[in-house]
Design a protein. Structure first.
Lengths: 420, 363, 81
């Protein structure tokens, strides 16, 4: 397998909005930057495949900026371990590479939380962002019946996107209450830009049934999804559909940060006002520091990019906007808090850990994730707890105490490295 | 109002402590188990789960052989999650000198009633196609098995109906055990099965931590069929050298491959030592080249509780009437757990054991 | 006019637009199930971003390849479980 080595000033992990903003800012002072991303193209999740065809003005603006910036890019590349303080090991599509850096910006983004319910492992039950990602990567959705469920602003964005691409979006089932959403709507008036975004969305959302207080209780079908049963208040109803796009919040991707010794706060990477983590020369920006949407990610990315290249004044210039965006993010989080009824969706025989097929019933016997892992191997499969982690946190209050390398499954060949 | 006095209080719910709870309960003893962390933790959680006969010495053979028989006796009652699988061990010889060792082992085992088969190069290739094809030959030990130890430990504890105290034992007294929360657990006898932690409460114990590394892969069903070990493994377990590696691979029932092994003295840091890991994997790849492209999901370290003479310490402590030791099992804790427990039960009941107990008695 | 790429999924030939990921080719070829779980359930991708590992298939003989993160190439052979 091919082996290469890179030496760079600034290593940026993640080429979503935060990473893109960081590299655009950092390269302004001529710093040598290397951006790596596991996905085959830049753009992260929200701007997946939008390099050629941006969906929003904002995306267009940033893809243009990044085209003009001078930096090295490794796509299809994921950091798997840390060889020493300044050298990381990455697995690429062709082999491996060791990356030496002076400063590191983590822009590792977030992933969806999946909550288990009856039938959720059927093919064609996907995350909300998950289905959107596949459609962006070529999945034909025209004429397909889709139900969107879960919680958060993401559902609206996904529903609109799918509709634009010809899907029959039958329903958006939002688990939060009408009252909370109303309160959110009132608070939107404090953020004019968000209002125009919301109204733009609203136009696109006409003719899609939108129900609050509503969540899926079972996905039905034999070899694949054929219908979904929902609960709304005391009422149950079923909808026949081809896909269920269902996600309950975004959760920060913190594995690499924890591997490198960064402290977490409330499940996100803890940073100071300079986007600096608890580890010297390691910075973090975007959803990984706390989910807050694309606008916040862009600002944090720029701040980090300026700080690592000594442009403190430019960074400070963005502090005000960041504070505003953070307030909006807090508002979002409180509006879409998960309701307790969702804890009851998993039945005794509902699979919680998909990698090892561990059911809710089995997990309920244990008091800690450590014990559960040991006895059932929940969280010890290929996904390394990324999918079941969000669920067991919500269902049992269990969190991952530590992270061990490799943080992504890696060919054994990749472990044949000594500490420099 | 009297506090309950247990017949036996066992420190440690690793495989050895759990097996003790199981065997004592079978004899009608009331059992208390002191375990601060998870049941089946410690080396039990970190190890390979190989139930194997070893012939390093007569004493080692006697204990592993006897204990393996006890595992076989309960094989049918073990729950599915124990994943007991009699896949057998294949000891492989990379050169003529090691092949001589194969014949020596064959003779030794056959004389003692252990079912073995000598395989030539072709037979080894046919039995394990992913081994490099210039292996000179091997010895297949048919009755060796693999198991998932944390679940066995839990099963043993559950069957014993033991009262579990989720505390740390801080002192062993004439009356029983003092816990870290100040409470006392009263018992007629105490068993120290604390593994690597055993010297914390029995200060004169010479039990050292011998660090090991393991890698587990994603599922590759039929990549290997036996637990495959190079004969050089024995040199590794033997040596007092600081660091050594030896090829040892186990196919789990899940189709995942567990790849080892390494031994280090003097390093008590849990952190993975990338240099040793590299050596260990290079050695494994030497024997099974296609291992290189299997996906590794996890890498971890563990500590084997080791004694100077390579044998566990099983028996009454020379200076304490009520204290029995079950420590120092190094890399054979899973195998010898049940045998250890039986030997202790025999001693307390003043019963003759099926095998001589002298080699393991505390001195 | 978009370039197309031809590959086989379980010996069935399928053509996709350049820039399509393998996972989509599998679905387009008519296969709903990508792999079997440890208890034999049919599984398909859920996350679309390479972290759920449910999209794993064999690509050109290499097992456990995450098909949602790999673009189709001309002549690829894909096998589901």
């Amino acid at each position: 397998m091919k082996q290469s080595n890179f030496k760079t000033d600034i290593l940026i992990v993640g080429a979503g909005p935060a990473g893109m903003a960081a590299v655009c800012a950092a390269t302004q002072s001529g710093a040598k930057c290397l951006v790596v991303d596991d996905n085959p193209n830049i753009g992260g999740q929200i701007w997946r495949k939008e390099n050629a065809k941006p969906d929003t003005k904002q995306a267009k603006e940033w893809f243009e900026k990044i085209r003009k910036a001078k930096f090295d890019l490794l796509e299809g590349t994921r950091i798997v371990s840390s060889l020493n303080e300044k050298v990381s090991l990455a697995e690429t599509l062709e082999g491996f590479c060791e990356i030496e850096f002076s400063k590191l910006i983590l822009a590792t983004g977030a992933h969806e939380r999946f909550l288990p319910f009856d039938g959720w492992t059927l093919p064609n039950v996907m995350g909300a962002g998950g289905l959107q990602a596949l459609v962006k990567n070529g999945l034909p959705i025209e004429g397909k019946r889709v139900a969107v469920a879960g919680t958060g602003a993401l559902l609206l964005a996904v529903a609109v996107y799918l509709k634009k691409h010809g899907a029959k979006v039958l329903l958006i089932a939002e688990q939060t209450t009408k009252r909370k959403l109303f309160k959110f709507g009132l608070n939107l008036f404090k953020q004019p830009k968000k209002i125009s975004q919301a109204f733009a969305l609203k136009k696109d959302l006409l003719n899609i049934a939108f129900k609050t207080n509503c969540y899926p209780i079972s996905a039905n079908g034999r070899d694949k999804l054929s219908s979904v049963t929902f609960q709304q208040g005391k009422r149950k109803f079923s909808i026949e559909c081809d896909y269920l796009a269902c996600g309950f919040h975004l959760l920060p991707n913190t594995e690499l940060a924890v591997l490198l010794g960064c402290k977490l706060k409330n499940g996100s990477v803890a940073v100071d006002e300079w986007q600096k983590t608890s580890v010297q020369d390691i910075f973090c920006a975007g959803e990984a520091t706390g989910v807050g949407g694309v606008d916040l990610s862009l600002i944090e990315g720029q701040i980090a990019g300026y700080v690592v290249t000594g442009e403190q004044t430019k960074a400070q210039g963005l502090f005000g906007e960041r504070a505003k965006q953070k307030r909006f993010a807090e508002l979002l989080n409180s509006t879409f808090e998960l309701r307790q009824e969702l804890k009851g969706l998993a039945r005794t025989d509902t699979i919680v850990c998909r990698c090892e097929d561990v059911t809710f019933g089995r997990l309920s016997h244990f008091d800690s994730w450590r014990e559960a892992k040991l006895q059932t191997r929940c969280g010890m499969g290929a996904c390394q707890g990324r999918i079941c982690g969000g669920a067991v946190d919500f269902l049992f209050g269990w969190t991952n105490e530590s992270v061990r390398p490799p943080i992504m499954p890696v060919k054994i060949e990749g472990l044949l490295r000594d500490d420099g | 109002m009297g506090e309950k006095i247990y017949d036996v209080a066992i420190v440690g719910a690793g495989i050895v402590g759990a097996a003790c709870a199981f065997e004592f309960a079978r004899e009608g003893f009331s059992v208390a188990v002191i375990e601060e962390r998870a049941i089946g933790g410690g080396a039990t959680a970190e190890c390979m789960g190989h139930i194997v006969v070893m012939d390093d010495s007569e004493a080692q053979f006697a204990l592993t052989h006897y204990s393996q028989k006890l595992w076989r006796e309960i094989a049918d009652e073990l729950p599915k999650d124990n994943e007991l699988d009699q896949c057998g061990t294949l000891w492989i010889a990379a050169d003529d000198e090691e092949m001589q060792e194969v014949f020596r082992k064959e003779k030794f085992y056959k004389e003692r009633g252990v079912e073995v088969q000598v395989l030539d190069s072709k037979a080894v290739s046919s039995a394990e196609p992913n081994l490099r094809d210039d292996i000179v030959g091997g010895l297949r030990v048919l009755n060796d098995s693999v198991v998932y130890p944390p679940c066995s430990a839990r099963y043993f504890i559950e069957k014993s109906n033991a009262t579990i105290f989720q505390n740390r034992a801080v002192e062993i007294t004439d009356e029983g055990i003092k816990l870290n929360n100040g409470k006392k657990v009263k018992s007629k006898f105490v068993v120290n099965a604390g593994g690597c932690w055993s010297p914390e409460i029995t200060k004169d114990l010479n039990v050292q931590r011998r660090k090991g590394h393991l890698v587990i892969t994603d599922r590759y069903p039929n990549f290997a069929h036996h637990q495959i070990i190079e004969l050089g493994y024995l040199k590794s377990t033997h040596s007092f050298e600081k660091d050594s590696v030896a090829f040892n691979i186990q196919p789990r029932k899940t189709g995942q491959m567990l790849v080892g092994s390494s031994r280090q003295y003097g390093d008590t840091d849990k952190k993975v030592d990338n240099n040793i890991l590299k050596r260990m994997l290079e050695r494994a790849i030497l024997y099974m080249p296609s291992l290189k492209s299997l996906n590794a999901i996890r890498v971890w370290t563990g500590f084997r509780p080791a004694t100077p003479d390579k044998l566990p310490v099983i028996g009454k402590h020379p200076s304490h009437e009520n204290l029995y030791l079950a420590v120092g099992h190094e890399g054979l804790g899973i195998t010898t757990s049940l045998g250890t427990a039986r030997l202790l039960v025999d001693q307390i009941l003043n019963r003759k054991s099926e095998i001589p107990i002298e080699p393991y008695l505390p001195r | 006019m978009n370039e197309s790429v031809t590959l086989t999924v379980n010996d069935k030939q399928v053509s996709v637009e350049k820039g399509t990921v393998v996972a989509v080719a599998v679905i387009n070829a008519g296969f709903d199930s990508f792999r079997k779980s440890v208890t034999g359930e049919a599984r398909a991708p859920i996350c679309g971003m390479g972290i759920c590992f449910e999209c794993r298939v064999k690509i050109d003989g290499v097992s456990h390849s995450r098909s949602c993160q790999i673009f189709c190439r001309e002549g690829m052979t894909i096998e589901t479980e």
